[in-house]
Design a binder for this molecule. Structure first.
Ligand code: SF4
Ligand code: SF4
Length: 148
């Protein structure tokens, strides 16, 4: 699964399009609207959490939105580990794409390197005790050209 949070800015002539329906039906994405300010025939802004089976499926949905003229920014997520909850099972190390969660040898301890973490959130659902916590970093908006 791949989840990211986006800020979508709609031009006024797209505000009446059934884009959420299409994201679900045609791109097989799940969504969670965190905030929306959209009125007919006015520019609108929506903060949307999008989840797809893979990064490429989310990218396809975003490309569809861009085709409608929607401006897209990614809202960075801040990840922290609750060390009290973590029981060192190692499950998260297999999904982290950048090696921010790794097994330190010879101690065989699961370490979290917050500096390497990109905020992709892949480790959040896989942790059996929800030790990886995600919060929105509202001061950190990544521009449209940033990789999804
Ligand atoms: S999956 Fe959760 S409990 Fe297991 S090592 Fe990672 S953070 Fe700790
Ligand atoms: S949120 Fe950070 S630690 Fe978790 S999988 Fe993504 S890059 Fe790795």
């Amino acid at each position: 699964m791949y989840t990211q949070i986006y800020i979508l800015r709609f031009p006024k002539d797209t505000s009446d399009q059934p884009f959420v329906y299409k994201l679900v039906k045609e791109y097989d994405l799940e969504f969670n609207i965190l905030k929306a300010d959209i009125l007919l025939q006015r520019e609108g802004v929506m903060i949307l959490e999008l989840t797809g089976g893979s990064k490429s499926s989310v990218k396809a949905g975003l490309d569809f939105l861009r085709g409608l003229g929607v401006k897209i920014e990614r809202l960075a997520a801040r990840i922290r580990r609750d060390d009290e909850q973590c029981y060192q099972c190692g499950a998260c190390t297999g999904v982290c794409p950048v090696g921010a969660l790794f097994i330190k040898r010879p101690e065989m301890r699961v370490e979290f390197d917050a500096e390497k973490c990109t905020g992709c959130s892949l480790c959040v659902p896989i942790c059996p005790v929800r030790a990886m916590e995600v919060s929105l970093d509202r001061d950190s908006v990544l521009p449209e050209e940033t990789e999804v």
